[in-house]
Design a protein around this ligand. Structure first.
Ligand code: HEC
Ligand code: HEC
Length: 243
């Protein structure tokens, strides 16, 4: 598997994106940017432009390898991403233009709305053992000789993430995971400093990114699992957050 540093955009997605942008421009002046707080249903309506790609209530169609589900992810994590797009630390033309005009408070409301929705995860996709060799060790033990901490030290023993800002790693497609790790390594996805994922991705070899992404995508999502309220131990290396 190659590691794309940005998501491929087939024709129909461009058409969808242009449509979403047209709607988006309308909503930035009217619906999306409304000042008064919205009810749960009202929020869903205001965020119609997002559902073209992320599905109703952020429960993306798991078949869309590069459109991540956002439902049920930690609010702090989602907020960080909205800020990352707004500040150009992550790249996506449509979302960047939508978020550019929204206040941080409104982005916080959007993050909380999606965090409160029930997630729909991609089904596990199995890969031949040869393609995932060594991945499990890396995930649970890291590679101490190369200063790579275990992924589980931050993403949780069950890999379902932890409040407030750490996302889970299960129920995502290997294409999306590998693209994100590749983007972090190249510096086209960044997070608030200190950007721990950039440090980690730079220490991973391409074949490790490939193996870990496939291994993670082949794990079933534990039914009813949620992000941990907090991690049992301090982070092995510091990670930044905007707030
Ligand atoms: C044209 C399709 C499209 C539209 C419309 C869209 N998104 Fe996205 N969104 C994406 C793609 C593709 C990604 C993954 C980008 C990447 O590879 O970094 C993404 C990523 C995200 C992420 C980060 C997810 C994660 O797990 O890191 C959030 C949060 C998000 N979008 C929220 C929104 C919200 C809120 C809206 C509506 C205001 C919206 N998006 C509209 C396509 C879209
Ligand atoms: C020191 C803590 C730490 C370790 C260790 C760590 N991560 Fe992360 N990871 C984070 C944080 C924090 C984020 C959210 C960054 C942001 O705000 O964008 C993240 C985000 C991610 C994402 C983005 C998920 C999404 O929905 O877009 C992926 C993929 C990921 N990590 C994979 C890994 C893998 C694979 C490993 C092990 C090789 C690992 N991480 C180890 C802290 C860590």
């Amino acid at each position: 598997m190659t590691i794309p540093t940005s998501s491929p955009t087939p024709g129909y997605r461009i058409a969808l994106a242009v449509l979403a942008l047209a709607i988006g421009l309308g909503i930035t002046t009217r619906t999306l940017a409304a000042d008064e707080p919205a009810s749960e249903a009202g929020m869903g309506e205001r965020l119609q432009a997002c559902s073209g790609c992320h599905g109703e209530r952020g429960r993306s169609d798991p078949e869309h390898a590069y459109f991540p589900a956002i439902a049920g992810k930690p609010a702090g994590y989602l907020f960080e991403q909205l800020i990352n797009f707004k500040k150009g630390r992550r790249h996506h033309d449509i979302m960047q233009s939508m978020f550019a005009v929204l206040s941080d408070q409104y982005l916080q409301d959007i993050a909380e709305y999606y965090a409160g929705q029930t997630p729909r995860h991609s089904a596990a996709v199995s890969h031949p053992a040869a393609e995932t060799r060594g991945a499990e060790t890396l995930v649970f033990q890291g590679a101490p000789d190369r200063d790579i901490p275990a992924c589980a030290a931050c993403h949780g023993k069950a890999l379902t993430g932890a409040l407030p800002t750490i996302p889970g790693l299960l129920g995502l497609r290997s294409e999306y995971l590998a693209a994100q790790l590749g983007a972090w390594r190249e510096g086209t996805r960044r997070a608030a400093a200190p950007d721990c994922m950039h440090t980690i991705a730079q220490r991973l070899r391409s074949d490790e990114i490939d193996r870990v992404s496939k291994w993670l995508a082949s794990q079933p999502y534990p039914t009813g699992a949620k992000p941990l309220p907090q991690l049992p131990d301090p982070l092995p290396i510091p990670c930044g957050a905007s707030r």
